[in-house]
Design a protein around this ligand. Structure first.
Ligand code: GLN
Length: 546
């Protein structure tokens, strides 16, 4: 057993601009320290007022990542789970809204004992106590705190103030890392350090001297610029770490470890250097790199003309889960996003789905594009193309089968048609009330629920167990009044929630692999532990492609 150490904290802040990969950097540092035998956890502090990410539009903000314990969080929590190969809980996630909410509630409860409650110090103190609660909860040796946003904006200043206060309180146990962007203007053709110098100074204005700079850029940092950053930003030269663009995020721990970032961090935090053991991570990356045979998957949904960037952010866990499973089978997943609205106008276009090894309908909300999705499902079901329906993808599959195989032509979800003649997918009274009263925040069926599997089914085969637990995020459910009708039409309800008698997994028996889940298996997929259902889907796709 390693000797207990005083808790250490690494703050990761962003410079120059957003989207430079702060989350993946924080997660990669975690992976490195973990591989040195330390207990690591990661915290995300987001500047927005929303109490959670559940009420934000995923096409603008990215995926809503659901934790085991029912929290609707930022997609970075998903990165932490995937890199650390561990569950991250609600205690590790905060927003400005959540912090203020607690402080105001405490004030109302007289918990400040008559004091005048002020923005400073009470808000940073609440932030600190949340960081420490996350540390305690996972007994972490090292807690990595990613501060959302970029230095210099007003929004995250109280998180930086909390960080500054922590450094003053625990000078040997807190360190800072500025993940910054170094542009290479086309006209000039060389990497510019000035914006990063400016970011480091802005951080100085908040009372914080960074210890490390992660230099994100299209190319590697050269010696000259490394020295420049060191001089102008006040760090040792070897603390300017190069992080050039990479084609796969899972390579980042290796890129950073090549520069001994792990040991440099330990030294900074007054810990002894330790041997790094990244064998299984390296094996996973090598397998991914060598997986060149393509697996073509179509993802059908209602998509805006926002381009791949936003889409890949909105469905990041699905995409990553597919990668994990495909790599495990030595395949390279190639995803094509198909806008279902096209099938509404031209149903015959669905034949294009024949070109794919498998089709996924991911989670979704609302009415747009839904009839097009149903057309796509009908086609893949009839053509025996492997199908994985995730949440909405399962609900719509049941509607499709009800309409075309059970004679229930007017089958629908009440999300689409509140007074549907055959509400195959319905809503429980508690949820109807939530909607009626505009209680949208955090009121869906959220987080982990138990599910009993039926032996002899595809699901059972995939998991190889009687009981599983998976994460949910939905309001509507399969209507049990239609179970018999759908069973007669060829459906097998292979996964049921034993506590509430709810359908969690449904399959179409006369098909080689047609599975829909009410939950989101992707939230539990990890690069080192691909998800069993995704694995089974990928195997079915490979088989179908032969
Ligand atoms: N809109 C559906 C529901 O709320 C499905 C949700 C989802 O796909 N996550 O039940």
């Amino acid at each position: 057993m390693a000797k207990r150490i005083h808790p250490k904290y690494i703050f990761v802040v962003g410079g120059v601009m957003s989207s430079v990969g702060k989350g993946v950097t924080a997660a990669s540092i975690g992976r490195i320290l973990q591989s040195k035998g330390l207990r690591v956890t990661a915290v995300k502090a987001d500047p927005y007022i929303n109490v959670d990410a559940g009420t934000m539009n995923p096409t603008e903000h990215g995926e809503v990542f659901v934790t085991e314990d029912r929290d609707e969080t930022d997609q970075d929590i998903g990165n932490y789970e995937r890199f650390l190969n561990a569950n991250i809980y609600s205690v590790n996630y905060m927003t400005t809204g959540r912090v203020y909410d607690t402080v105001i509630r405490k004030e109302r409860n007289l918990e400040y004992k008559g004091a005048c409650v002020e923005v400073v110090p009470h808000i940073p103190e609440e932030i600190i106590s949340r960081i420490q609660a996350a540390q305690r909860e996972s007994k972490a040796d090292v807690t990595i705190i990613e501060v959302g946003g970029t230095v210099g904006e007003y929004q995250n200043i109280l998180f930086l103030e909390a960080a500054r206060m922590m450094r003053t309180r625990y000078p040997d146990d807190v360190c800072f890392m500025l993940v910054s962007y170094l542009p290479i203007p086309e006209r000039v053709g060389e990497m510019k350090t000035k914006p990063t110098q400016s970011a480091a100074r802005t951080l100085n204005a908040a009372g914080i001297q960074t210890d490390f700079i992660i230099a994100r850029a299209a190319h590697a940092l050269d010696r000259k610029r490394q020295e420049k950053l060191a001089i102008f930003c006040g760090i040792p030269t070897d603390h300017a770490i190069s992080a050039p663009d990479i084609d796969m995020i899972y390579k980042l721990p290796q890129v950073l470890e090549k520069q001994q970032l792990g040991d440099k961090l330990l030294k900074q935090l007054k810990l002894k250097p330790r041997r790094t053991q990244m064998q299984n991570w390296n094996t996973m990356v090598a397998r991914a790199v060598h997986s060149t045979r393509e697996l073509r998957i179509a993802v059908v949904g209602k998509y805006f003309g926002t381009g791949d960037y936003t889409l890949s952010d909105s469905y990041i866990s699905v995409i990553e889960a597919l990668k994990h499973a495909a790599w495990a089978q030595h395949r390279k997943p190639v995803l094509t996003w198909i806008d279902s609205e096209a099938y509404e106008k031209h149903p015959s276009k669905a034949v294009e789905l024949k070109r794919y090894d498998g089709v996924i309908v991911p989670g979704g909300f609302g009415t747009r594009g839904v009839e097009g999705i149903i057309k796509a499902i009908q086609y893949v079901r009839k053509q025996k193309i492997p199908y994985l329906g995730l949440c909405y993808g399962m609900q719509l599959a049941m509607i499709e089968i009800a309409r075309h195989e059970a004679g229930l032509k007017q089958a629908n979800t009440v999300e689409m048609a509140p007074y549907a003649k055959h509400p195959i997918i319905h809503i429980n009274p508690k949820q109807s009330e939530n909607i009626k009263l505009n209680r949208y925040g955090g009121t869906m069926r959220l987080g982990a629920f138990r599910c009993k599997l039926k032996p002899g089914t595809k699901a059972y085969q995939a998991y190889g167990r009687n009981e599983i637990s998976e994460r949910h995020r939905h309001r509507y459910e399969f209507n049990n009044n239609y179970r018999v009708a759908l069973e007669k039409a060829g459906v097998v309800f292979s996964g049921m929630n034993p506590d509430q008698d709810l359908v969690e997994i449904a399959e179409y028996k006369p098909h080689p692999w047609f599975v829909g889940t009410q939950f989101h298996p992707e939230f539990k997929s990890r690069p080192l532990e691909p998800h069993p259902l995704y694995l089974a889907f990928v195997k079915a796709c490979i088989k179908a492609s032969k």
